[in-house]
Design a protein around this ligand. Structure first.
Ligand SMILES: Nc1nc2c(c(=O)[nH]1)N[C@H]1C(S)=C(S)[C@@H](COP(=O)(O)O)O[C@H]1N2
Ligand SMILES: [Mo]
Length: 213
């Protein structure tokens, strides 16, 4: 049996090994990165909203949200501070499940995720569709810890992890792209780890997501 390293042991859904985006290193830890204090949200007060360019806004209480169909997700995640973590184990609600329960206005193209505590981050609507994103409720079989965004966080694993808003409160559908918290501070509008789009300067004129501002 030839030497098989960690990266080749677990097969990806595509059948290939785990891959590191450029400039990243693998960590086994789950570092906590938060700007500001960890908000504590009592479940009886928790609400998730879809608002903005929808025919009628939707909201779910904690119990209603947990009654939605849930799935397991095992993505690799990539933080802009250069750590990547392979094969993370989540359970949550697909964004497809949420988006199919509202009627979007045709001009809805972008999303601003907003969180309890005031954090925001922008994502193109197309990046939340087709099994690409979910609201994580459990991590490694347990309710998501507050420091990692519990009770519920957005997870968009194909973009740098700052797009995965912790303590998510809702999504606002928008016609044009707008910068969120870190994007306002100079981070990339889109944040593709495979193109190493860390800062706004990395977005490049060829990236359509940078042309709308
Ligand atoms: N609400 C909120 N969400 C957030 C952040 C934050 O400061 N506040 N930090 C982002 C950043 S920069 C990263 S790398 C990840 C970190 O998630 P973790 O602490 O669970 O590793 O959360 C993202 N989501
Ligand atoms: Mo980050």
């Amino acid at each position: 049996m030839p030497f098989v390293n960690q990266g080749f042991r677990a097969k990806r859904p595509t059948g290939g090994p785990h891959k590191l985006p450029p400039g990243q290193y693998e960590t086994q830890d789950f570092p906590v990165l938060t700007a500001g204090p960890t908000p504590r949200i009592a479940l009886e007060n928790w609400v998730f909203r879809l608002e903005g360019l929808v025919e009628s806004p939707a909201k779910w209480s904690w119990n209603e949200f947990n009654a939605l169909p849930q799935q397991d997700f095992n993505p690799d995640i990539h933080c802009v501070t250069k750590w990547s973590k392979f094969d993370t184990k989540w359970r949550g609600v697909s964004l497809d499940t949420l988006l199919e329960r509202v009627q979007l206005k045709p001009e809805a193209q972008f999303v601003m995720a907003f969180s309890y505590g005031g954090y925001t981050t922008n994502v193109p609507l197309a990046d939340l569709r087709n099994h690409q994103a979910f609201i994580g409720l459990q991590y490694e079989g347990r309710p998501l810890a507050p420091e990692h965004g519990g009770p519920a966080r957005l997870v968009v694993p194909h973009l740098y992890f700052w797009k995965s808003a912790k303590w998510v409160q809702g999504l606002r559908l928008m016609a044009a792209d707008e910068p969120g918290f870190w994007e306002e501070a100079g981070y990339s509008l889109y944040g593709d780890p495979w193109k190493e789009q860390r800062y706004r300067d990395d977005d490049g004129a060829a990236d359509p997501s940078s042309l709308r501002l």
